[in-house]
Ligand binder design. Structure first.
Ligand code: SF4
Length: 266
């Protein structure tokens, strides 16, 4: 890894969103990293999935929705620091999201170190899908993790996200054993992740870890639907309707009955 004083790492970022209220505590700036090894069928940021073409051009991925930009650590910390007053007043900070931030580990580590130097709270929003060494290294520096847990069954995970479940569970077990501050985020996709089997299995697994108590349920919405058409990507879940409020509340109650603190939404 490079020392942050002279970091030469480049990050590929497709969006920077300010004044976010649902990506961790307080008011936050959310940095969306380009590239994700998963292909979740419900992804509402499909433009984030492809990995940037790592050329030296400043604008590297002009697509039909947005544009991925190349950032140095100093350029990104300059952007992040612009909203310091909001972080200070709200106990907020910066959240690294995507895409999958762990897919750009060297840049991610250097920008986290820079935030640490400047006393800016950091949060990682991740699928947990990475090599365990990468996850461990980032966990040594990050303040908290928003960990998306989608399935408890490997076949379902592979079918709907395109990757195996084991690295995800290995990351979560590591976080559990090492007292990492984690909020579990569960996307509720009708008849896919919101089934009794999946929810019961997740509750059983999390209970066995005896560590994480905070759960965010993220009900499916179809706001990303138009993007698939624009990008010419196949939308496997076209026309899928959101979960009913009754079902969401039932799942919320199930978690509460098992001793979890539950919020709905980010
Ligand atoms: S992990 Fe997130 S960014 Fe990656 S494909 Fe799934 S929903 Fe999209």
């Amino acid at each position: 890894m490079t020392d942050t004083k002279q970091s030469t790492q480049k990050g590929y970022i497709f969006k920077i969103q300010k004044y976010c209220l649902h990506d961790g505590p307080g008011i936050r700036t959310t940095i969306f990293f380009q590239g994700c090894p998963l292909k979740c069928q419900w992804c509402h940021n499909p433009e984030s999935q492809s990995f940037a073409d790592k050329t030296d051009k400043n604008k590297i991925n002009q697509n039909k929705i947005g544009q991925t930009d190349t950032y140095s650590v100093s350029k990104l910390i300059y952007e992040i620091e612009k909203d310091r007053i909001f972080y200070d007043q709200s106990q907020g900070g910066v959240t690294f999201s995507g895409g999958e931030p762990l897919s750009q580990p060297d840049f991610l580590l250097d920008i986290i170190k820079e935030c640490e130097k400047k006393a800016i709270h950091t949060c990682l929003d991740t699928s947990g899908y990475a090599s365990l060494n990468v996850f461990k290294e980032i966990c040594q520096k990050i303040d908290m993790v928003l960990f998306d847990l989608k399935f408890i069954d490997n076949n379902m995970h592979k079918q709907f996200t395109n990757v195996p479940l084991k690295p995800v569970l290995d990351s979560l077990k590591f976080a559990s054993k090492n007292n990492i501050a984690v909020t579990i985020r569960i996307p509720l996709i009708p008849d896919i992740t919101d089934t009794n089997d999946n929810i019961n299995g997740i509750i059983f697994f999390l209970t066995s870890l005896k560590k994480f108590k905070d759960i965010s349920l993220l009900p499916f919405h179809n706001t990303g639907e138009g993007k698939y058409e624009t990008l010419g990507m196949k939308n496997h879940l076209k026309g899928l309707k959101p979960c009913s409020t009754t079902k969401i509340n039932k799942i919320k109650q199930k978690f509460k009955d098992n001793g979890f603190n539950v919020t709905i939404g980010g």
